[in-house]
Design a binder for this molecule. Structure first.
Ligand SMILES: *Cc1c(COP(=O)(O)O)cnc(C)c1O
Length: 397
């Protein structure tokens, strides 16, 4: 049944291999945003919080994300950005292990996740330390120093190489050592079937503008294991996480649900767009999606290696150990990506030398992948990337 290209508004003549960074525009999103702005905001004005269900939208959308990450409804709160959700999860996790001082992550983690941890450590000023071993050494570090680890905080799929951690095994090892576990699912949610409940992890966070196609700046999500929600002390005690926001109680009383991880007023237009985007997942079997991703990415690797010997695979060769993206290292990676985009094949570049391609079978098929590899071959073999206009680094790469 895949792909489902008709569920997206993709420009003609473009092969989009960057749905891992910003998902494309889902078909119903423009109509939904227009309805929210003209009918709801425009006509209903402030009444829309009640009459158009705005107040319930963050919860409703969280409940629609839950099955996509292997969680049950009522366990996922939406809002803010992923960086904020990382911070909240980290504070909540540290409070669950007050006598431990190590935060264990890995060197390949997304910079913002590490920055949030570093900033929090400085704010707390209580002797916390962040350990960032090589991703392959996380398990060893847990064996050696697990008793000191308060929190294991990892991104499931590496943003640069696509290398995937073994979520079940690492969660089990960390919890056996007494640590709390946070998974960042930024590059996993919507890319594969996940079993958050089965993993028994305490927390998970993620964003919705990548594989979930919620649009630029779409709200993030946070999951807390339902049995410990009442033990979670929200670090950012905003009124939308209060048990009764409109009681206007000067004392903070957290909601007795995952909603306590909300902070302020929800971004309604963006949430409505995300709600429309989640329609694209109707009837999609995530196990089939994963199989299709593996086929597409394996085919791309084979084509690129045959056609472009100057590029070196920087992702695990075994598709079972990769997420839905493939990275190739190339010393002229930045201008090569610009030249490729100029030819209608859109991927992206991550410093220092990674050309990154996402394989999202909701809207890609094998013909797209082969055609993209053929264009890449031309860009490299004919030296198209040497043109001056491709050399200057833009703000977003
Ligand atoms: C994309 C991404 C982010 C981005 O965080 P924002 O606050 O939404 O900008 C953070 N962490 C990881 C692992 C990501 O992949």
């Amino acid at each position: 049944m895949l792909p489902l290209k008709e569920r997206f508004d993709l420009p003609q003549g473009v092969i989009y291999l960057d749905g891992n960074s910003l998902g494309p525009l889902p078909r119903g999103a423009v109509a939904r945003a227009t309805e929210v702005m003209t009918q709801q905001w425009g006509q209903e004005l402030i009444r829309a919080w009640n009459t158009a269900g705005w107040m319930d939208l963050p919860v409703r959308v969280g409940d629609r994300i839950a099955p996509l990450i292997g969680a049950v409804p009522g366990t996922v709160a939406t809002g803010d950005t992923l960086s904020i959700k990382v911070y909240q999860a980290l504070v909540a996790a540290l409070k669950l292990r007050p006598d431990r001082r190590l935060i264990l992550s890995d060197k390949g983690n997304f910079p913002s996740d590490l920055y949030m941890a570093q900033g929090l450590i400085e704010t707390l000023d209580q002797g916390y330390r962040l350990l960032t071993p090589d991703p392959e050494d996380v398990l060893n570090t847990l064996s050696a120093r697990g008793e000191e680890v308060a929190v294991l905080m990892l991104t499931h799929v590496d943003y640069r190489t696509g290398r995937m951690h073994d979520m079940a095994a690492l969660t089990q090892a960390a919890q056996a050592a007494g640590a709390v576990v946070i998974w960042d699912l930024a590059h996993s949610a919507g890319a594969m079937a996940l079993d958050l409940t089965g993993s028994k992890a305490e927390f998970a966070v993620g964003c919705t503008y990548k594989y979930l196609n919620g649009g630029p700046g779409a709200p993030a999500f946070i999951y807390a294991r339902p049995d410990l929600i009442e033990a979670v002390e929200p670090a950012l005690a905003g009124w939308m996480g209060h048990e009764a926001p409109f009681a206007m109680d000067p004392a903070y009383r957290p909601a007795m649900s995952t909603e306590r991880l909300r902070v302020g007023t929800p971004p309604i237009v963006q949430l409505a767009i995300l709600d429309a985007a989640l329609d694209a997942w109707e009837g999609v079997n995530l196990t089939e999606l994963r199989a299709a991703t593996m086929t597409l990415s394996d085919r791309f690797i084979a084509e690129v290696e045959r056609r472009c010997p100057a590029l070196t695979l920087a992702s695990p060769r075994d598709a079972r150990r990769r997420g839905a993206q493939v990275a190739f290292a190339f010393e002229h990676g930045y201008p090569a990506m610009q030249a490729l985009i100029d030819q209608g094949v859109i991927g992206d570049f991550r410093a220092p030398d990674i050309m990154r391609f996402g394989f999202t079978p909701l809207f890609l098929d094998e013909d797209d992948v082969v055609a993209a590899a053929a264009v890449l071959e031309r860009v490299i073999a004919d030296g198209l990337y040497r043109e001056a206009r491709f050399q200057n680094r833009a703000k977003v790469t």
